[in-house]
Design a protein around this ligand. Structure first.
Ligand code: PLP
Length: 282
């Protein structure tokens, strides 16, 4: 493990975040999680673009140019010696006495990064996981990857209390995404997922599936809002996220998805994604 804080490498616990940091007080900041595989950041430019977009949307000034950010990721991999893991990056609006409104000109963003190895056996996810459905109670700009994750935290905790891997969220009758992931459905060989608008986070894994893996396998993708009935009657369902990749869902609310086994389209996409990850081709 290696930790970076505001311009220097530090020992865990060595630096204290100010009690007036807006990230601590308000969750006023943004973050990214990038997969490190074979000693390289996978799909780095996508994470970088999403981070800078989140910062623009949040009106947080960018202090580190893209080349420096990339170099810092590479240095963290090299110095830590971690070849299979992830890098967490968080930038908050900075430190000021607690007041909701901010003065951009007076604030210096706080930047934190760490690299950690992945210790759990991710291959077991291939066997499929259970999901529960829950209402999507988030705000209307979840396309911005902000630190404010309270509805996600509550949903994920409810899911785990029911021994599910995660929750599928529904805004009214529409399936948006997972509590910590995107959601895909397969019906009659066609792949469906919610359009990348303000109601979902445009996941990088989702983008890899939609723009690279599915086209390379000849799988048609339709980006549309799917109803609860459609999701409940899907042949296959899966989650996608940076750490787990493509995760087959075999049970939803105690009912089997399809025949209760990871579906064939899901597994082809999973293999295709793993191949992309192994090759580092993004
Ligand atoms: N949606 C939400 C709410 C998430 O928290 C995440 C990942 O953390 C994703 C989707 C998946 O995004 P990515 O594939 O970039 O990890």
């Amino acid at each position: 493990e290696l930790t970076y804080f505001n311009g220097e490498f530090v020992e865990p616990g060595e630096k204290c975040v100010s009690i007036d940091d807006r990230g601590y007080c308000f969750g006023d900041g943004v973050y990214e999680v990038t997969r490190v595989y074979n000693g390289r950041c996978f799909a780095f430019s996508y994470h970088q673009d999403r981070l800078y977009r989140s910062m623009r949307e949040m009106d947080i000034p960018v202090k580190m140019p893209p080349d420096d950010l990339q170099e810092l990721h590479e240095i963290m991999i090299e110095q830590s010696g971690i070849t299979d893991g992830y890098i967490y990056l968080q930038i908050t609006r900075g430190v000021s006495p607690r007041h909701h409104a901010y003065d951009r000109s007076k604030l210096e963003p706080t930047m934190l990064m760490y690299i950690r190895p992945i210790e759990e056996d991710l291959s077991k996810l291939a066997a499929g996981v259970k999901a529960i459905s829950l209402p999507d109670e988030r705000w209307l700009h979840v396309d911005i990857k902000t630190l404010n994750l309270i509805p996600n935290i509550l949903a994920q905790t409810k899911a785990e209390k029911k021994f599910a891997y995660s929750a599928i969220l529904f805004r009214d009758d529409v399936c948006t995404e997972g509590a910590t992931s995107n959601v895909f459905a397969v019906k009659d060989g066609i792949l469906y997922t919610h359009p990348a608008n303000n109601l979902i986070l445009k996941g990088i894994t989702r983008q890899m599936i939609v723009t690279k893996v599915a086209p390379s396998l000849g799988v048609t993708v339709i980006e549309k809002a799917c109803s609860r009935e459609f999701i409940e009657n899907a042949d296959e369902l899966f989650f996608t996220d940076t750490i787990g990749g493509v995760i087959p869902i075999t049970k939803l609310d105690r009912k089997p998805v399809g025949n209760g086994e990871p579906g064939p389209v899901t597994m082809r996409l999973r293999d295709g994604y793993e191949k992309l990850l192994h090759e580092g081709m993004a």
